[in-house]
Each structure stands twice: as C-alpha cells, then as structure tokens.
Design a protein around this ligand. Structure first.
Ligand code: GLA
Length: 726
C-alpha cells in the first residue's frame, strides 16, 4: 500500500522514500517527514517551544508552545500567525484576508487524480494512488482539497490543490502554491536553472539562506530566466551520494519556487504560481485549480534523482505517437535558409535530406501570410503560395513522394501589427488601454485568455493542417508577455492563468485532431522548457544556440530535471551562427545526439565528405536509439569545472552503454591523461568497447574510469558503445 492512513497519521510510501503528515488535536495538518523510506511515526521530530513574537492561535488557549510560526505544515496560510511565506493567500471582496484551515476529510483512492484543463502526471490504478485531504475554515467559506499522487515504483509524489468557494461572496486568490515542504533540519543547498535566450538552464548552486530566495517568472511563460525546477540538497550531495529533493512544476506560465531558512534553522521550500498580477476571482460554487508539482527524493545523489524525473516524464506525462518511441531525424530549414526560400529550394532540401538518410523535412518560419522577415505576418496562418511558387499540397506531396515526412512551423499565440488579423481584431492583442504596448521581436501577444481568439487560431491551423497529412508541428512563442490587459474580462488578475489554459486547450485540441503528429514546442529556443509542455509535446527546442560547446552546459543543466531525449538538438554549420565557434562535425553530432537529433543547415553548402558523415551519423544514432531513448542518462563530469564533458546512456538492465565525451579545451601533448569515471554500471559485468574491441570490467570502469585518448586540436568528441560480454 502506497498510502497508509492510521488514526491521525498519513504516510505516503514509495520504493525509496516516505512522506508523512499528521492531523493534530486542533485539526491542523502538520508535516512530519519526507526522506529515506521509513516505518513508524515521526511526530517526535516536532519541537514545541515558547518562542518570543511567535503568536499562538486562539484555540491554543494559554499554551504558548503551540505556534504556527514554528510548526512544520502541509499548507500554511496567511493569517494564522505563521509569518513565513504562505502557500495560500485569499482576500474577500470586502477586504478580509487570510484563512485558518482544518482537516475535514481524508480520502484514499486507487489511480492518479487528473486536473481539468491542466497537464498532470497520469497513471492507472495499478501504478498510483491518490490522497485527497480536505480542509475548511469555520469562518471563511472556503474548501481546500490537497491532492497527492503517489507513484511508488517511480519514487514520485505529485501535489496540486483545488480551492473552492463554498460561500455566497466572491473571494480572490493572490498566492497559490502546489507544494509546501517544511524541513526542521538543515542546512541545505538550492540548485536552480537560470539563463537567457541562447544560454538556457545554467546551473546555480547556493546555500539556502536566512533571506528567502525566489525563482520567479513574471513573463507569463515559464521562461528562459527562471526554469520552474529546483533541487534542495544536503551540502555534501554529489552525483552519486547524498540526500536531495526535486520539485518540478507541471505548468508553462509564470511559476515561483521559494526557499528560505528561518532563524530557528527550519527551511521552507515552496513551488506554485508566480504571484505576479495574480488576483484570481473565485465566485460562489466555483473552484480554482492550482497546477501540479512533481516531487522526488534520492538518498543516493543527483543522478538517481534525474533518472526518476526523466522516467516519470517519459512514462507518465508524455503522450501521443512518440511516447516510448525514438523520434525522427529531421532537417530544419531555419539556419540554412531563414526567411529566404521558395518551394523549389525546400524540395532541394528534402532531396538532400533523403540522400543523407534523414526522416523529416521541417519548413520553419516564413511560409505564411506576408512573412519575409520578422516584422509582419504573424496571425495570418494562410499559405503564401506566391512565395512558395506552388500550393502547399504540392510541396507536401512531393516531399512525401521522396519518402520523407513533412513538418511545419507555427507561432499561434502571436500577432504582428502588420497582419490581416491585427487589422481586423486589434482588440485581440494584449495591450493596456491608453498605453503603447511593449513590443518583443516587433510582435504582440494574442489574448489566449479569450476562447474566441483560441477558436479562431485553431480554425486557421486546421485549414492548413487538414490539407495533407503533416507529420510534425513546431510550435513557437517568441516573446514574453509584458502588457496584461484583456478586453474579454473585467478581472485582469485572472488573465495570465487563463491565457495558459487557452494555450493548453489549443494544444490539446490539435493533439486530438492529429493523433499521429509529432509536436515540438519552442520559445525562442528553450524559453518554455517545462514539464507542462511535455504533456503536449514530445520534444522541446532546447536553445537557439546550436554551438556544440555552449550546448554542453545548456544540456547539462536541462538533464537535471528533464529527459534528455526531449531536448531538441541539431547539428548546424560552422562557424556557428550564434557565436562563431568552429567545431568538428563529429562533435556537433555527438552533442546533438544527446537530444532528439537533427540538422539545421543547407546541405548544398556542405562538402561531399560531410554529407557522407551525416549518413554515418544517422546510422549511428539509429543503432543507439535503444540507449538514448530508453536508457538512463548519467552525467559523468561537470562542464563548469572539467576540461571535458562526458555522459553515458546506460541500458536499464545495465547490459550496454553509450559513452560520449567532448573535449572543451586544447590538449597539450604532455598533459596528464584524463580519465572518465563511469557510474550506474553492473560492477560484476565485463563490457566490450566498440572502439578498440577491448574488454573492461564494470567495477574498474566505475572506480578508476577509462582514459581519453590524447587528441591534437580542439573540441574532439568520443562516442563509444559498450556491451556486456556474454
Ligand atoms: C525562434 C526559434 C527558432 C526559429 C525562429 C523562427 O527563434 O527558436 O528555432 O524557429 O524562431 O522565427
């Protein structure tokens, strides 16, 4: 049984972890424990002390040792004397703030709860159980249902909440967290992923301090800057040892993750919605759903934590035709052609792609409306046959006739002022009345909080996609939301949340209408790389920076919280378009092969030798799909500190692995030999290496490692497959 409920204690057990809470004598829900799997009741952990300036709730009477300012809680609210960050803040229409929640019900069900209109982990009744703890306030007509999903085999616990108005007066939600975790002991480090366009998900590790740290996006999207993922780790934790907790939002709008230590050395970790412009009205009888967060714990370091998260996303978030399937190797037109192409050029790309043994041609930006640069055309999803010189149907048919799949780029949430859509419906853009809007890449954002806007875009896309089978759709989003004003509502505090619901609605509808279509989402590269998106799209374009060496850090950070086979990664030309660096094509391919793998260049400008190499690379990737798409991704070095970056894709049964190592600096002839230390192998097995045919013992590979050859020149890569010797 994953969920145990005895008397007043509720325990959630997974294979390697236990999460425990308690309903105390006042009916409040206290948090007892989260960590290594454990039997028993951990209520002895809670200290009851009389602390100055820590108020006591009225029903504690004269007991000055009972204070919510100090007690560990499951869902702390503002207004109870807990002065730390609340999980929930509500304010009534007449200005009363706060609520005091007590447990009124506990329900355990088989299977995993779902959230209407929002992405969530899915699992059947043999894989998961759900706990619903209902809390109410005697004085404020509010019902809070805390939802816990427990996936014991995967070591995953999910959390979400539903907030219902049970009274007859509207209230507003101004802060809503999916998860609150109170730790009584410490100290802890916080690992988080910051970045910007072209350098997403850079790793930051800092101690959790007495000043609260917030990872917040105020951009309406999960953002390049503040990825909605964090790890709380004991300071000594590394890849293969130490305790660590991951929290990951399954949401693509603005999120907040907060970590702070209080003066009594307790740490609070929270994850939920960004407070930015949040003032969501909840009318009598209505329910507000707080998006889901995924939690996982590892007592054996970061690698196992990442593997658990990757498996959870692969098995329980991803859907569609490419769930548990390797994705096609594609050629994308963007860096090779930008906006300058016609149908014949695209057909030439398709022929080259076929000759190089690739699977799919993707026509990126520029095929619709008036779109010869990025100043116009967004919103007009009508094929520009004049530019193509042929109907889209003819282009698609010819690509299909070559034996290639066809894909196309769209940016459905955006509108250019120079577009027919904007001229017809200027009120559909998010613009604050009386102000000039902020432009981003010259464009404005459509008001996806309004169903009629979403319906219109849906119909336009359907008119294109219905023409012929389209096997792949790239969904882009090339700016942040700066002006939050909808002409469709008088409650502007709901717009950012409703926008995300509109976005999910459109993605869901397209996924249902085109069940065989592979969707790759994108936001100026990886500006919306989050678990919410992975419920609708099998892969996400990882970064607009295609430089293999910069990608090492981007992909390293991404791998902590996401399956690497979801990272859109392409080989592009050299010198690299973003930073001018020159790297060998083997290295570019080795790095892109960590992700979805494809090419983004003009093959006509490649040498015959390089085109042959592409064919070999495509064959190599196909031969290793079993490990890349179904194995465990294991980081073997830190690109911030090491002169090489290495990782392995290890078969779940440890029978084989693919080792990739990339040199990031020039090697001098007399430099010490560098060893890559493996992990997650079978210590008792012998592995034969595809490169030199030699046999290596698993234990020694993990203890001492394997020497990297001394290479002359810059940025060499090694990709070796190892198989157990039978
Ligand atoms: C964004 C994407 C790119 C490309 C361009 C097209 O920047 O990240 O891959 O699709 O838009 O305008």
């Amino acid at each position: 049984m994953a969920i145990e409920h005895t008397d007043n204690v509720i325990s959630l057990h997974t294979a390697h972890s236990t999460y425990q809470m308690m309903v105390d004598e006042t009916g409040r829900l206290l948090h007892l424990y989260y960590g290594r799997r454990s039997a028993g009741v951990m209520d002895y952990l809670i200290p009851y002390n009389d602390r100055g300036f820590c108020g006591n709730p009225y029903d504690a009477g004269n007991n000055r040792t009972y204070s919510l300012a100090c007690l560990p809680q499951e869902y702390p609210t503002f207004g109870t004397g807990d002065f730390r960050s609340p999980a929930l803040e509500v304010v009534t229409e007449d200005g009363k703030s706060g609520c005091d929640l007590r447990v009124t019900g506990v329900l355990v069900e088989n299977g995993k709860y779902a959230l209407e209109g929002l992405p969530a982990v899915h699992a059947d009744s043999s894989e998961a159980q759900t706990l619903v703890v209902t809390l109410e306030d005697k004085n404020v007509p509010i019902k809070v249902e805390l939802l816990y999903g427990v996936l014991p085999e995967g070591d995953i616990i999910t959390r979400a909440a539903k907030i219902t108005n049970t009274g007859n007066q509207r209230f507003y939600i101004t802060r809503a967290m999916a998860v609150n975790l109170d730790f009584l002991t410490g100290p802890w480090d916080l690992l988080s992923l910051y970045g910007y366009q072209g350098m997403e998900r850079q790793m930051q590790r800092t101690p959790v301090t007495f000043a609260e740290q917030r990872i917040t996006s105020r951009r309406g999207t999960s953002s390049h800057q503040a990825n909605p993922f964090a790890i709380l780790a004991a300071p000594e934790t590394n890849e293969n040892s130490g305790s660590c907790y991951a929290v990951e939002m399954v949401y693509s709008g603005g999120c907040e993750i907060l970590a702070g230590r209080d003066p009594y050395r307790a740490t609070r970790l929270q994850a939920g919605l960004s407070e930015h412009l949040l003032r969501y009205p909840v009318d009598p009888g209505k329910t507000f759903v707080v998006p889901e967060a995924i939690l996982s714990f590892s007592a054996t370091g970061f690698s196992d934590l990442s593997i658990r998260l990757a498996d959870c996303i692969r098995d329980h978030l991803m859907r569609g035709p490419y769930k548990h399937k390797a994705t096609p190797i594609l050629l994308n037109s963007w860096e090779g052609c930008y906006f300058t192409f016609d149908g014949n050029k695209l057909l030439a790309l398709a022929k080259e792609a076929k000759e190089m043994d690739l699977d799919l041609l993707v026509v990126d930006d520029g095929w619709f409306g008036k779109r010869d640069d990025d100043t116009s055309g967004l919103g007009d999803w009508v094929v520009n046959e004049k530019k193509l010189g042929m109907p889209l149907t003819s282009l698609i048919d010819q690509v299909h006739d070559l034996g290639l799949s066809f894909g196309i780029w769209v940016e459905p949430e955006m509108v250019s002022e120079d577009s027919d859509l904007y001229r017809a419906h200027p009120d559909w853009a998010l613009v604050t009345p009386g102000r000039y809007p902020v432009r981003g890449r010259y464009q404005l954002v459509l008001d996806f909080s309004r169903p009629e806007v979403v319906d219109h875009v849906y119909q336009q896309l359907v008119d294109v996609l219905d023409q012929r089978p389209v096997e792949y759709l790239k969904w882009d989003c090339n700016r942040s939301i700066a002006d939050v004003w909808s002409n469709g509502t008088s409650d502007q505090g709901r717009v950012l949340y409703d926008y995300v619901l509109g976005l999910y609605d459109l993605l869901e509808r397209l996924g249902k209408r085109y069940p065989k279509m592979l969707i790759e989402t994108c936001s100026g590269g990886g500006g919306r790389f989050d678990a919410g998106m992975l419920c609708y799209s099998r892969q996400i374009w990882c970064s607009d920076n295609t430089d293999a060496i910069d990608r090492l850090k981007i992909q390293y950070g991404t791998s902590f919280g996401y399956p690497t086979d979801a990272m859109g990664a392409h080989v592009s030309k050299v010198p690299n378009e973003q930073c001018g660096r020159i790297t060998p094509i083997e290295t570019r391919a080795a790095v892109a092969m960590a992700g979805t793998f494809g090419y983004e260049l003009d093959p006509a400008k490649m040498s015959e030798d390089d085109r042959n190499k592409v064919r070999e690379q495509a064959a190599f990737r196909r031969a290793n799909e079993d490990l890349i798409f179904f194995g465990d991704y294991v980081r073997l070095s830190d690109p911030y500190t090491s002169s090489f970056t290495a990782w392995s894709n290890v078969a779940k049964d440890r029978s084989a692995f693919l080792l990739t190592a990339v040199e990031t600096g020039i090697q001098f002839a007399d430099e010490p030999v560098r060893y890559v230390k493996l992990s997650h192998l079978n210590a008792d097995a012998l592995y034969r290496c595809s490169f030199d045919g030699k046999v290596y013992p698993g234990a020694a590979l993990m203890e001492t490692g394997i020497p990297l050859p001394q290479a002359k020149g810059e940025y060499h890569a090694f990709q070796w497959r190892f198989e157990t010797v039978r």
